[in-house]
Design a binder for this molecule. Structure first.
Ligand code: B12
Length: 237
């Protein structure tokens, strides 16, 4: 009975978190897109509460933050939301990740390999990339984050000099995912393709596209990426 009650509470708080992401409410002082929500707990307070209630960060990220952003994207596509609305939600998710980051990063200290991550050229979406970077650090990888709008040339330079074991590229736009293919081509031209495993992800990308550009793996999210990397390590040993 106690467990059922706890599960219901967890579901209720997660639903509230998702709704507050959709409303773009970072703290309790924010009105939200629909207005009149001032004073009620928002993304920051709810995330804090969930952490204190021992709700797993994986659940908070998947069922609260990412699920909320999905709805925000749908509302933007149907012109119900505009760019400032997307930005407010993005900032709210960023604030939640600031709370989750130390917990996720503290999970493991062993170094499992070097991972370079970047958002593709022309693309400034970085929430997903940042989440993946945090999760990989927590899983024991040494992560070098090159930021947003990163050209294939810059990536080639970093792969040559830093010699990472893995490279992750993120693209959220159909117009920028082509830069992933260009990056893989540039790695080939520079004789570096077999030196690094390339993982791609982001809302615009699919398994088919990853195969088309000859990436080593497509990942739906950061948790999937950890699994894929573990499989790579198994093949190596
Ligand atoms: C927030 C947002 C913005 C914010 C970004 C803020 C920021 N700091 O990132 C702002 C307002 C700046 C923005 C701008 C634009 N956006 Co926008 N945006 C979004 C939105 C709503 C959410 C993205 C997000 O953060 N999702 C949550 C995160 C957690 O998910 P994620 O990024 O997919 O990442 C996860 C996985 O995909 C995976 N992953 C991602 N990358 C990688 C990489 C690797 C290596 C791995 C392993 C895994 C992995 O793991 C992540 C964690 O779980 C999406 C809608 C959507 N459904 O994606 C639209 C969306 C991506 N945007 C869109 C558009 C059109 C734009 C603009 C062109 C709008 C305009 N007219 O100016 C500009 C483009 C700017 C540019 N040059 O990049 C479209 C893209 C359409 C298309 N198919 O091309 C979308 C899909 C909205 C829509 N439905 O129309 N946007």
């Amino acid at each position: 009975m106690k467990e059922t009650m706890e599960e219901t509470m967890e579901e209720d708080i997660l639903a509230l978190l998702k709704e507050n992401v959709i409303q773009g409410r970072r703290t309790k002082d924010d009105e939200g897109v629909d207005g009149d929500m001032v004073g009620t707990p928002a993304v920051l307070e709810l995330t804090q509460l969930m952490v204190e209630s021992d709700i797993a960060p994986e659940i908070i990220i998947k069922q609260g933050l990412t699920a909320g952003m999905q709805v925000v994207g749908d509302k933007f596509a149907t012109k119900e939301y505009f760019i400032p609305d997307m930005l407010a939600s993005a900032e709210a998710v960023g604030a939640a990740m600031d709370i989750l980051k130390p917990i996720l990063e503290a999970a493991d200290i062993e170094t499992k390999g070097r991972f370079v991550i970047a958002t593709a050229k022309g693309d400034i979406h970085d929430i997903g990339k940042n989440i993946v970077a945090i999760l990989l650090k927590g899983a024991g990888y040494e992560v070098k984050d090159l930021g947003i709008d990163v050209s294939p040339e810059k990536i080639v330079k970093v792969v040559r000099e830093y010699k990472p074991d893995f490279l992750g590229i993120s693209a959220l736009l159909t117009t920028t995912m082509v830069a992933m293919g260009k990056t893989i081509e540039a790695l080939k031209e520079n004789g570096l393709r077999d030196k690094v495993k390339v993982l791609v992800g982001g809302a615009a990308v699919s398994e088919e596209y990853a195969q088309e550009i000859e990436a080593d793996a497509y990942c739906v999210d950061g948790f999937h990426a950890i699994k894929v990397l573990e499989d790579f390590q198994k093949v190596k040993t």
